[in-house]
Design a protein around this ligand. Sequence first.
Ligand SMILES: Cc1ncc(COP(=O)(O)O)c(C=O)c1O
Length: 593
Amino acid sequence: MDFSNFSAQSPAHNEFRSDTFTTPTLSMIQSLGKATLGDAVYNEDQATVALEEKVAAMTGKESGLFCVSGTLSNQIAMRVHLLQPPYSVLCDHRAHVYVHEAAGLSTLSQAMPQPIAPKNGIHLTLEDDILPNFIPDDGEIHGAPTKLICLENTLHGMLFPLDEIKKISAFCKANDVKLHLDGARLWNAHVETGISLEEYWTVLVGNKKFILKANHFKKQNGGGIRQSGLLATMATVAIDENLPKLKRTHDQAKELGKLCEEHGIILEHPVQTNFVFIDILANKINPDKLIEISDKYNVKIYSGRVAFHYQVSDESFENAKKVVLEVIQYARENPFEGDSNFKFYTSENKYHVDIANHMTLKEELDELGIKTGFNETGESNIVLFTTRISCNLIEFLQDDFNFELSLRLVGNLKEQLKIRSIKDQRLRFKQLIASLFTRIVLNYCQGTDLLSNVKFTYNEYGKPQLNDQEFQFSSSSSNDIISIVVEYSSKKTPIGIDLSHSIQSAISAKDCVDEFSQIFESSELLYLRNISDEFNEEEYRYRGLNKSSAIEEYKLFWFDSIDVNPLELIAKKDKFIQSLDDQSEFFCLKFCK
Ligand SMILES: Cc1ncc(COP(=O)(O)O)c(C=O)c1O
């Protein structure tokens, strides 16, 4: 068997977005040969049972339950603790169960979350945070009594002092309140403090009755993995072999934290284990620049949260330090005042569309018998592409999932982030479609993959242009119409388009011709006034305006309505491409003097 993938450096060697990116090690994979293959839902898999017993023993509890994710463990544990709504769950305002588990607490357990910002900025305390916010179950009927308190250790890499946990635990016992600990990183707390796991306690361990019920909810939530022995075997090796490696990750994070301190970089929290939280806003860091500089050094630091794990290579660690220093230098020279809508979870996923040998626009025009490029008489051809953002498209994009899926078609991560951060929904959708449309048209013109990244350079006025292409382009949009005009010209003089729309608030449909009267000749104005029979006033007059264009020396070819329908793009790539290549779809307007 070829294990080279696993003996080589882990793909996570340069990954700082999260410590969850680590990959199975060679010995984890080799252990699979000895994995047991019983059905764990029937409780018949030895490796799963052994792992559950091992972790229960490590934490000094009666039983354990192997769950495939931390989220599942948290959610079913909270569900077991909560019996009869209405009730609320008190937790830190940054807690994973509150912020990052897709509102599972509200939907699966019908609980009102009660997020609290700890007074000390680090962890909840009984006196300052819990007592003032605790809602007793004392017959007062307006509130939702606190029935569960959720702690997290570590939280953002910060340790929860054991003494405080003990105080909170005693309060819970005395007041019939359940206590849950999200222990996704309890391993780090254990390694850092030397306090045994038994003294803390971990996610899904508890007494037999608790685990029995948790298993019930695990099954209900689809978490019953049949042959889980394969995973349990690897998990056991991971605990044995990788736990001792966590200390180095803490040392690295602290070293980076110290470097930040030395250079006056503001952190959100103290560094106590394996996370450094750089305050992006306070340091005036441009999020795009952070990604750009990270890419330059081949590491993935895509937000202020820098996570360390045991597979980070020495080289990547050195590069991470360079990124932080270069980013802060840039921020000091170019302080970013914008709205940095940053998320922890930034995916670099790229959607690749393989379009086999589609024709280029030039070939297409050749086939249609339309000459491109400047001819002997100095004529040039201009091709106009338009698309519109239909109501159907807006409806489609209003579904978050569809929007995210469509956004992935914009392969460039920075562009994705930029689009996502546009607050106004209409503009956000428009920018997404405009971006896809620009890609499609320009790739079509240059004969490259329709969705591949287009690299622009910018002239002195900031106008984007393409190097080494025999065409010039310009784009414009108005309301729901997006247009791109392309000119084949050996002269390479810039072209511009300004799309105007009769529904524009500044220009009334009725007066649109008058508003433009100054730029047209009298024969053109006459023509424009006469087309009102052809198109009613709600129609887009720009058709008429284009027809009477003052640029008479050009031939204008109008490739009408190239649908940028992401659904179509995703599901029926081939059909979409065909439609691009189908002559009948093209609406050609020719006008000469
Ligand atoms: C504190 C904390 N709890 C729970 C989880 C959930 O783990 P999972 O991604 O396995 O659902 C995470 C994930 O990173 C986490 O950071």
